[in-house]
Design a binder for this molecule. Sequence first.
Ligand code: G3H
Ligand code: ZN
Length: 284
Amino acid sequence: MPLVSMNEFLPKAKAGKYAVGQFNMNNLEFAQAITEAAQELNSPFIFGVSEGALKYMGMEFTVAIAEAAAKKSGLPIALHLDHGSSFEVAMKCIRAGFSSVMFDGSHYSFEENIRLTKEVVKAAHAMGVSVEGELGTIGGVEDDISVDESDANLAKPEEAIRFYEETGVDCLAIAVGTAHGMYAGEPNIRFDIIEKVASAIPVPVVLHGGSGVPDEMIKQSIAAGVGKINVNTENQVACTQTIRDVLNKDAKVYDPRKYLTPARKAMVEVVKSKIVLFGSSNQA
Ligand code: G3H
Ligand code: ZN
């Protein structure tokens, strides 16, 4: 199966009250682990690729790996630019074969965010590519993007609804209290904001910063209208911790396959647990 737009599965997720996972791809092992987990559970999923990950893997390898995953698994998989910072980078990704893009204009003024997102939507939709927009600022650190928690701004429901109506995005990330990276305590998620926005627009709300959010809060978010959940850090932690354990146990290891095989296995378990929690098993 070729890569698909998120519109192949997000409307179904919203109607069926479950969420599809965006799992960030940082290298080949991440891609293999995510695909293996989704195949075992017959779930659609989204490969999220940040600009930093894109720089690390290179455009050709990124697209080729995602296409190979879709072909080998037969699953509906979207290759999605995560937190795209400009119209240009979004277009570059679409030209190279991405089936979906996020334009993160959350650092612009509200009106400018609408104007820029609209441009991306117009061009992307003409090519059958789905678009995610963002409103409010999500705290924490992801790649080169760092937002101090005190500067994180929650989305205002009326603005989010207007943002959707004017831009026509296919899903909308709103800042509701989650943050990128692991949490020191528990996040304070504003389920009321999710519910107000999700009940007023026909597309799903996206929850960023999915790593470390307690299972009960994830379930409540989905019940309130979240239909796409992003997870990156938990896989990074599982991967690195496993490699650290292997190397600590045996300082003579030099074959990367000796630590990457268990690291990949650890990520399969993380992704499987998220797919079950999000309710997207058997929805491929
Ligand atoms: O855009 C990606 C995410 O929001 C991932 O957040 O690393 O906290 O799971 P996370
Ligand atoms: Zn994010």
